[in-house]
Design a binder for this molecule. Structure first.
Ligand code: GDP
Length: 510
């Protein structure tokens, strides 16, 4: 019995009641229970084998303020679709490309640095849209210091503008407003500012602290003013980081590059990343083989707020994953191992909870069935079950309306109740898929009797006998009454015969 296997595998006590109740478990369920029981057993063994303790890597405690050094801001550009986010990012990037040595190829590493003439730098995340932003936030990653909210001056505040504001507020990140498309004739920057008041974004003109810069991303107008406003905002935030000790950072993007394999781009948030550093992120680890910047140039060191491409990952971590430096490769393996173990255990716990719930439900249902049938004899029980199943089936919508002529009334006789039950079950599955419906009018044990023949005559049915006989007298009586008697000893022949009989009852189509 399945429950026995389950309980035996789990090594717990067996509830005799439930054993009896579960004798009608369906096959799928049986397989599932065995599988899950085996899984749980395997798992508990594994747990015993290795006494597990938390081996995870974590961020260091907050640094001593004396160790903190100013760092540049990390900015996300957000706003409604078509308001000019991509154009703005492209233009900002190009201000740098122009300053770059000839021959450099811009690489997409999910973020880039813009250096102002004053020497200050801004890191722009160039995965625009708030999907990336919220994906990271959902993972608890906070890489953005400032949101540049782009609003087209000819269009005003739109749905995603409002969503962007909400994201920034949820993350407690200040906004710098870029009123874009100011080159357009119908641009109305003042209207934008007024509209934003309704969302608690109050520009300086209105007595608030949100800086608004009128720009044209397309023409490249006033972009430096936007960058300066961003720097001014950053200064108020007094952004600082600890440039020493093991690295901490966040994965911005992760992808497989044809030539270089698994590449992860990241923003460093603490420490200084160097070649050879051992990192863990999510369930992957890396020995840093190569680092490069957004110009594809190999770099030797990456500091806080710097975007960097990292090569050397074993697997791909996900955007938003926390990056932590550990002391050695064995330690990295240990951390990743632990995380995988933990994840699997979580999943396992969840699976087993569901299985346990299902099992209980199942037991309850079968107990009810038992109660209902306990006062009936085997024959009554079978018939009640047969009727119940039939009812269940007829409550389901049928593909085609069955005609009366498509019903085959049958009488079943068997040698023992087990065989009758087996046949009834078979009929049941057979019945479900055919246009001709089986109608069980009578069934019982023993040889074919006159009574059976009478039944068959009344209902225009066929008598099927399994491992039973029909005497000469009965056969003659049946022949006289036009009743077919079919006797079989092999269930397979029985079913074949039944199929033939059924198809002969179908109206013949030309
Ligand atoms: P995104 O969906 O926010 O990334 O918007 P895009 O940068 O793709 O810009 C949408 C359209 O607006 C494109 O056709 C751009 O050329 C245009 N556009 C973007 N910025 C400006 C601008 O400052 N002035 C004008 N006139 N058109 C702009």
């Amino acid at each position: 019995d399945v429950d026995f296997i389950y309980e035996a595998l789990l090594n717990t006590t067996i509830d005799i009641d439930s054993l009896e109740a579960d004798t009608h478990l369906d096959e799928v369920w049986i397989k599932e229970v065995i599988k899950k029981a085996g899984m749980k057993l395997k798992w508990s063994k594994l747990k015993q084998d290795k006494v597990r303790e938390n081996k995870d890597a974590v961020r260091r405690p907050q640094a001593d303020p004396a160790l903190l050094t100013p760092r540049s801001p990390v900015v996300t550009i957000m706003g409604h679709v078509d308001h000019g986010k991509t154009t703005l990012l492209d233009k900002l990037r190009k201000t740098q490309v122009a300053a770059m040595e000839a021959g450099g190829i811009t690489q997409h590493i999910g973020a880039f640095l813009v250096a102002l003439p004053s020497g200050e730098k801004i890191t722009f995340l160039d995965t625009p849209g708030h999907a990336a932003f919220s994906a990271m936030r959902a993972r608890g990653a906070q890489v953005t210091d400032i949101v540049v909210l782009v609003v087209a001056a000819d269009d005003g505040v739109m749905k995603q503008t409002v969503e962007s504001i909400q994201h920034a507020k949820d993350a407690q990140v200040p906004i710098v407003l870029a009123i874009n498309k100011c080159d357009k004739a119908d641009a109305d920057p003042e209207k934008v500012k007024k509209e934003l008041l309704a969302y608690d974004v109050v520009c300086e003109d209105y007595g608030g602290d949100v800086q608004a810069v009128h720009v044209s991303a397309l023409m490249g107008d006033n972009l430096m003013a936007l960058a300066e406003a961003t720097i001014a905002q950053a200064e108020m935030l007094e952004l600082k980081a600890d440039f020493t000790g093991p690295v901490e950072g966040t994965v911005i993007e992760s992808f497989t590059d044809k030539g270089r394999g698994s590449v992860t781009t990241a923003i460093i948030q603490r420490g200084t990343l160097r070649k050879g550093s051992i990192l863990v992120a999510g369930k992957s680890w890396a020995k840093v083989r190569l680092m490069f910047d957004e110009n594809g140039k190999t770099i030797n060191e990456a500091y806080p707020s710097m975007p960097v491409g990292i090569i050397g990952w074993r697997d791909l971590p996900s955007a938003g994953d926390e990056i932590l430096e550990v002391e050695s490769e064995p330690r990295a393996r240990e951390v990743v191992d632990w995380r995988k173990f933990e994840q699997e255990e979580e999943k396992n716990k969840h699976d087993l909870k569901i299985i346990e719930e299902k099992r209980k439900e199942h037991q309850k249902a079968h107990r009810k069935v038992l109660e209902k049938y306990s006062s009936l004899n085997w024959k009554q029980r079978l018939y009640v079950k047969y009727l119940e199943r039939k009812e269940q089936k007829s409550s389901k919508p049928k593909e085609k309306e069955r005609k009366d002529s498509n019903v085959l009334p049958i009488i079943i006789k068997g040698d023992v109740d087990g065989s009758v039950e087996a046949i009834l079950n078979l009929l049941d599955t057979y019945d479900a898929s055919h246009e001709c419906e089986l109608e069980l009018v009578h069934f019982g044990l023993g040889d074919i009797s006159e009574n059976d023949v009478n039944f068959a005559e009344t209902f225009h049915g066929v008598i099927y006998g399994f491992n039973v006989d029909a005497s000469k007298a009965i056969q003659q009586s049946a022949a006289k009454k036009g009743v077919k008697i079919k006797l079989h000893k092999i269930i397979y022949h029985f079913i074949e015969d039944l199929q033939e009989e059924l198809s002969s009852r179908l109206p013949h189509t030309v």
